[in-house]
Structure formats: structure tokens, C-alpha cells
Design a protein around this ligand. Structure first.
Ligand SMILES: C[S@@+](CC[C@H](N)C(=O)[O-])C[C@H]1O[C@@H](n2cnc3c(N)ncnc32)[C@H](O)[C@@H]1O
Length: 283
């Protein structure tokens, strides 16, 4: 059976069906250069389902209310992430943004951050570590919440568990390792678990950025890092517009290293490396 699947070709028609579905559902643009990746990932999925052809698989995902569709999307998404990825963003939040926020919003005593494509959780947990570093003594009195969302239900399960290979944190400072993680022992040797005091700051939810957002906001800071690159220009611009709407004036949106906002984009000023601030308006 397996060798028959191995031999099976992904035809142009099937590849197009897959590209159209991923674009319509998740906004992700797949080009010819991704064909090999798509083949490998879906081959795995067809093996799990004991399906012998891609045309059969396309039939399965191309029906209204297909139960396979979320699994298909999970298989296609790229979830690469790490703790303190692009560390200058967290330096900025810890040393500039949060101290300024603490002064300006003393009476509200509220901080809302959204990690909008959180993958397996390293980004929101890094945010929680950063928040703790910047405002540990305020945390009891302040209402601090980090919302962490992703389209992919598999990565969200890992994120909510907060359990990682020690390798993923080995390069972090001793202080962060000590304050942020408990080391596994016995069966869990080689693993670490994020401390409850950090995990308690975060709510994990499934959310497709392209669909309606159930939350009202406003957010003080939004991270949308290394996901815009998978979308086309129109989708990127539409999303940026919605991010601006849900940010408070003076709030920031932080993008990934290869993503940017055009100078002419209304409502945002560049204030650092892929950091943009919503302009303040006065009445
Ligand atoms: C490369 S990871 C980036 C993770 C993290 N932000 C970082 O920079 O390390 C991209 C994530 O975007 C998610 N994603 C892709 N399309 C999405 C969509 N339409 N809505 C929400 N998340 C999406 C993927 O599931 C994946 O976990």
C-alpha cells in the first residue's frame, strides 16, 4: 500500500485544488516552489488516512464542512518559532514600551498584548517572561493578559501544554531558565515546563486571522511576526488595517524580520526595526 502511495504523483490539477483551498481558507499563497513541501506533508497525511491517491484526498477536503479540512490546513502551515526569536523586539518591550505604558496607564492598570500567530507558544511565553522582567512588582495589582492565537489546532495543543525540549531553552540566560521553567525529572528528563505564574498570564485560542475576530480590544501591543509573508499584498494590507483598528492610539504592532509596512500606510509610524506605532489623534 505504502509503496503505491509513494509512486503516486501530485498532478497539476490536484496541486491547484490544494493551492486554491489553502488560499481560500487560510490566505496562504502556495507557489510552484512549495510543491515538494506540499507533496511531502500531504503524503504523510494520506498515509495516516490510508488513502491511495491525491485525487481521493482532494475529494475529501473539497466538500462543504469537510472534517479533514482543519487537518489539511494544520499539515500545510509552517510553524517555525523559538524562544526570544528576534530578541530586539522583547528588548524594546521590556526597556521602552512597558515602562512608558506603566507611567501612562497608571489609573487603568491594564496591559493587553496579542500574539496573533503564536505557533507552538514560544512567542507568547517569551512575552510573559518579558512582562515579568519589566513589571514583576506591578503584576499583583495590574490586570495583565496575553492573548495567543493561531489557526493551527495542533500547535495550539503544544502551546497550551507549555512543555518543550531542554534544547529549545539551552541558550537562554540562567536567570530566565530558573525563573521561567521547571526541569523534568524521571520520564520527563530532557524536557522543561513553563512555570504556572507565566502560563497564567496567557489565554490560548484558535483564530483564523482572515475571519472575524471575536475580541473587542483595544490591544496595547500586537505581535504579528512571520505570518504576513505567507499572504498576498491585498491580504496583508487588509490585515494591517484591522490591526490598526484594534490597537489603542500609541499602541504598537510588531512584525517579523522580513515583513514591513509601507511608509504611506495610514495610521502607523515606524519606530524601530519592524516596530510600528499607531498614531495618536487629538480631539
Ligand atoms: C512561522 S510561524 C510564526 C510563529 C511566531 N509568530 C514567530 O515569529 O516565531 C507562522 C504561524 O502562522 C500561523 N498562520 C498561518 N496562517 C494563519 C492564519 N490565516 N490565521 C492565523 N494564523 C495563521 C501558522 O499556523 C503558524 O503557526
Amino acid at each position: 500500500m505504502e509503496s503505491r502511495i509513494e509512486e503516486h504523483q501530485l498532478s497539476d490539477r490536484e496541486f491547484k485544488c490544494i493551492c486554491d483551498l489553502v488560499y481560500n481558507d487560510a490566505g496562504i499563497v502556495l507557489t510552484e516552489s512549495k510543491r515538494e513541501m506540499v507533496y511531502r506533508r500531504l503524503m504523510r497525511r494520506t498515509r495516516e488516512l490510508k488513502i491511495s491517491s491525491f485525487s481521493e484526498y482532494c475529494g475529501l477536503i473539497n466538500t462543504p464542512d469537510s472534517e479533514e479540512l482543519p487537518h489539511f490546513i494544520n499539515a500545510i502551515t509552517t510553524n517555525l518559532t523559538s524562544f526570544f526569536r528576534e530578541p530586539h523586539h522583547f528588548d524594546y518591550l521590556r526597556d521602552q514600551f512597558i515602562p512608558q505604558h506603566l507611567k501612562a496607564f497608571r489609573s487603568d492598570s491594564k496591559l493587553r498584548i496579542w500574539s496573533s500567530a503564536c505557533s507552538t507558544g514560544e512567542e507568547p511565553y517569551t512575552l510573559a517572561i518579558t512582562v515579568k522582567q519589566a513589571m514583576a512588582s506591578y503584576l499583583r495589582k495590574w490586570d495583565v493578559r496575553i492573548l495567543a492565537t493561531d489557526l493551527d489546532t495542533n500547535v495550539l495543543k503544544t502551546a497550551a501544554q507549555g512543555i518543550y525540549e531542554y534544547d529549545g531553552i539551552k541558550d537562554l540566560s540562567d536567570e530566565v531558565k530558573r525563573d521561567g521553567f521547571n526541569k523534568g525529572i524521571g520520564n520527563c528528563e530532557g524536557l522543561v515546563k513553563v512555570k504556572t505564574s507565566l502560563a497564567d498570564l496567557i489565554s490560548f485560542k484558535q483564530l483564523n486571522l482572515l475571519r472575524a475576530w471575536p475580541m473587542k480590544g483595544p490591544f496595547d501591543a500586537i505581535l504579528c511576526r512571520n505570518v504576513l509573508i505567507y499572504f498576498d499584498k491585498d491580504t496583508q494590507l487588509g490585515l494591517l488595517k484591522r490591526f490598526v483598528e484594534i490597537l489603542r492610539p500609541g499602541g504598537v504592532i510588531i512584525l517579523g524580520h522580513s515583513e514591513s509596512v509601507a511608509k504611506s500606510f495610514p495610521g502607523l509610524n515606524s519606530i524601530g526595526r519592524t516596530i510600528y506605532q499607531k498614531v495618536c489623534t487629538y480631539h
